[in-house]
Structures are given as C-alpha cells and as structure tokens.
Design a protein around this ligand. Structure first.
Ligand code: CP3
Length: 355
C-alpha cells in the first residue's frame, strides 16, 4: 500500500484510478490487479461472514454483509478493484425463476424448456424490485472503498445465464440449452432477448448506484460455435454494451467470453467492449499480438497456481506481466480463485507483480 500511496502523491496517478487508465488504453509500468472470486471461500474471513449470513443467497441480498465480504480482499491485499459481491443467478430469480444453492454442489433453478416458460417471465424492468438490495450494496461500497480502488459491477451474459435457466443447474457441456436452441430457435432467441433487456436494466441501475466499470461474464461462451457464437455471444453483448453506453457515456466495459479461443480476435471491436478478459487456456503471446492490438486485455493466470504456489507461481505471473507489458493490461486470473487456494500464495503473486 505504501508504494501505491507514494505514487499517488507524486502526481497524476492520483487523478485517475489505475484500472480506469488501463481500460482507457494506457500502458502502465505495473499492471493494476484484481482477481475473479476474490471474495470467496479461500478466505477465512469470508467463511465467517457467510456463516453469519446463513446461506449464500442471504449473503447476496444482505447489503451490509455483502459489502463487508467485498471489502475483505481489498483490506487483505490492496487490490486495485473491488467486484460487487453478488451472483449472476440473481437476475433469473428477479425474472421469476426459483433459485437456490445446494451446499457443496452448486446452484439449482426451476427449468425453462419451451416457449411458454419464456413467456411467463416477468418484464425486464420488473427486476429492480428483487435486486434493490444489490444496488444498496454498491452505495455502501462507494462510501467505504479507498479512493484509489475501482468498483466493478457485473452480470452474466445472456447465453451463460440461459444455460442455467434451461438446465436448472450447471452442466459440463450446456447440452440442455443447446437442445432448446435446436428445437425452437425462435423461443430460445426470445429467452436471450429477455435476459439481455433485463441485464441492461440491472447493469444500468448498478452504474447509478456507484459501479464504475461493468463486467459481463460469458463463462460458457466457448461452447457456442460458428453462427451460434455470432447470434448468442457476440450479438447480445453488442446490444447490452450499446444500450449501457448510450445511457452512461464513457462507461468502461469488460467482456469475458471464456474459452472463446480464436473468437477472442476482434471480439472487443465487434461488441464495443473496452477490454476482453482472457481465460488461462489462451496463449498470452498469441493474445498480445492478436487481441491486445485492439485495446486492453485482462488475465490470465491459471487459478490452480494459487493452490500449487512455489516457483512456478512466481515465474508464470512474471511471464504474463512481461508478455502483456507492451500494451494496456489488467492482471487477473483466467477464471475464479478456488476454495482450495492458499491466501499466502495471493501475496506471493502480488509481490511478483508489484515487486
Ligand atoms: O468475483 C467475485 O468475488 C464477485 C462475486 C461473484 C460470485 N459469483 C460469488 C459466488 C461473481 C462475479 C460470480 C459470477 C458467477 N456466478 C459466474 C460467472 C463467473 C464464473 O465463475 O464462471 C457463474 C457461472 C456463477 C454461478 C455460480 N455461483 C455457480 C456455478 C456457483 C457454484 C460454484 C461455486 O464456486 O461454488 C456459484 C456460487 C458462488 N458465487 C460462490 C461465490 C463466492 C460460492 C458460494 C458459497 O459461498 O458457497
């Protein structure tokens, strides 16, 4: 923290937060850092607050406690960004789906497998009723975060959210959503449109409540191929980003089309995103040449290295920083940190970046 504060006092670093500078296309001598799932079960203080809240969803809907767990990794590590503590599955719940979490297994939802289920969902602008505690979490965070820390809001991208709404749970291959798409492309497109419209409402309210950057998580984008990728990953992201930027000019947006592989090329330009987040399967040298040429990239350390630790954690961290050092870069993992990660390894990773 001292290093950062000193830099602030020296001059124009103070005028804008490092993450916002990177998102605006600036190459920084040390990349700003945050981690997906940085508030999570690998931290003992998270586990304690979660136990206090009861279950996971109660934690998401409790503004004081959700703000508390958002702040925990900022206090412990001094990350450059805080990400709102919530979940991508709050939106389906606000649209009328039943959502619950089975401890040790993951999310469960009521399923939507045909046109009637899509038609029964609530209108897009009805989501605020259920989601207003999330906006309160953001208002608390804007008051309590250190002035140099960027506040990131988020939502799931329509395809990823749809995979859970159709299957009623996480699936390794997203087969139920693919089957719905194949059986009734019109109804499936209506589901995607409904989620996209509701997501614009939700994210716009997050910005009004204090989110400075928005991230769209398309965790299952990699299972869309060819025209399907265009129709259900690219087009909805473009629509959401255009609507948000029309309402909030200059709002920076990070898109995460996870496992998009070659489709990472041109994704930012095609959707209007300011930055793409890269998974750990993406070769950094390739991405530096093919993706970073269009703007900021985020990523992409393998989260397993935070379990493993040791010299490979340090060398891989340094390799990623070096590889992306010729352009705008935000250091992050390729996916969320896992519950098995050692909190001390996060310090080692940060030390390898900031020195
Ligand atoms: O990153 C953060 O720290 C902010 C909070 C956040 C959570 N989920 C908290 C969470 C964010 C940004 C998410 C996004 C999310 N949620 C995604 C997209 C990113 C990704 O991981 O691919 C997805 C697919 C979900 C849906 C979801 N939520 C699943 C499949 C699970 C179960 C798997 C798991 O890791 O347990 C969750 C639960 C969840 N979301 C936890 C947290 C901290 C763990 C819940 C607990 O405390 O028991």
């Amino acid at each position: 923290r001292d290093g950062l504060a000193m830099k602030d006092r020296q001059g124009d670093t103070m005028t804008q937060k490092t993450i916002l500078r990177a998102l605006a296309g600036e190459r920084l001598p040390v990349p700003p850092i945050w981690m997906m799932r940085q508030a999570g079960r690998y931290l003992p203080e998270y586990r304690a607050t979660r136990a206090q809240a009861g279950d996971f969803l109660s934690l998401c809907y409790n503004p004081e406690l959700a703000a508390e767990v958002t702040l925990q990794p900022i206090r412990r590590y001094g990350f450059d960004a805080a990400i709102l503590f919530a979940d991508i599955l709050l939106l389906p719940q606000a649209l009328g789906a039943d959502v619950w979490f089975v401890t040790g297994e993951g999310p469960r939802l009521s399923t939507i497998t045909e046109a009637a289920g899509v038609a029964a969902l609530k209108p897009a602008d009805a989501v605020h009723e259920k989601l207003s505690p999330v906006y309160e979490t953001l208002r608390i965070l804007r008051r309590e975060l250190p002035s140099e820390t960027t506040l990131i809001g988020f939502a799931g991208a329509p395809w990823t959210v749809a995979t859970y709404m159709v299957a009623g749970r996480g699936t390794p291959d997203q087969a139920p959503a693919h089957a719905f798409k194949a059986a009734d492309r019109v109804a499936f497109s209506a589901l995607i449109d409904k989620i996209a419209d509701a997501t614009v409402e939700y994210l716009s309210a997050q910005v009004e409540a204090g989110a400075e950057v928005i991230k769209l998580f398309d965790s299952w984008a990699g299972s869309l191929k060819g025209q399907d990728f265009d129709d259900f990953a690219l087009a909805p992201a473009k629509k959401i980003i255009a609507a948000l930027k029309a309402r909030h000019p200059g709002l920076p947006i990070i898109a995460f089309p996870r496992e998009a592989g070659p489709r990472y090329v041109g994704f930012a330009k095609a959707t209007g995103a300011d930055c793409v987040a890269l998974d750990q399967f993406t070769d950094a040298s390739w991405a530096a040449a093919e993706v970073q040429k269009d703007g900021c990239v985020q990523g992409n350390l393998d989260p397993r290295l935070l379990i493993e630790g040791g010299p490979r954690l340090v060398s891989e961290t340094k390799r990623i920083v070096e590889t992306f050092s010729q352009g705008p870069h935000i250091f992050n993992l390729g996916h969320g940190i896992t519950p098995e990660a050692d909190p001390e390894n996060v310090h080692r990773m940060i030390e390898a970046i900031r020195g």
